[in-house]
Design a protein around this ligand. Sequence first.
Ligand SMILES: [Zn+2]
Ligand SMILES: [Zn+2]
Length: 154
Amino acid sequence: MNNDDLNNQILKLRNKGYGYKRIAKELSISVSAARYVCLKNDEKSKTTHCKNCSLSIISIEGKRKKVFCSDKCRYNWWNKNQNKVNKKAYYTHQCKNCNKEFVAYGNKKRIYCSQECYIKSKISKVGANNEAKWLRDVLSVDGTNSKDVKWRRN
Ligand SMILES: [Zn+2]
Ligand SMILES: [Zn+2]
C-alpha cells in the first residue's frame, strides 16, 4: 500500500464518522498518523464534522460553516441538549433510608425521598428506646399544636 492509498483509506473511514483511534486500529497505523492525515485534509477541504454524528461536512468557501450534516442530526442534537438544559434544575438522589432513587427539583442537598423516610431514619439513629420521646419532640413543634397555643393566647 503506498502513501496515497493509505491517506484515502484514512479519509474514507473518517468520512464514515470513525474516530482517530478506530481508524488507527482498522488500518494498523498509529493514532497520531491518523489524526495528522485527517487534520491536514480538513484544512485543505474546509471540512467540518457534524456536531452530532461527527460525519464529515464539506463547507463551501465564503459560506457559513455547517455544524450539522443533516436536519435530522440538528434535531437530534438539540433534542439531547434541550434535555440537558431542562434537567439542570433536577437532581437525582438516592434516599438514605430506603435506597430508592428520587428526583428533587432545584435541591442539590436532599437526602430522603419523603418525610416518612426522614423520620424513619432519625428514629433508627436515636434508637427504639428513644423513639417515643423523639416523636413527641417532633410532634410538639408540629403546626397544629403551635396554632392551638396561639389561638388560646389570643
Ligand atoms: Zn450528523
Ligand atoms: Zn426513601
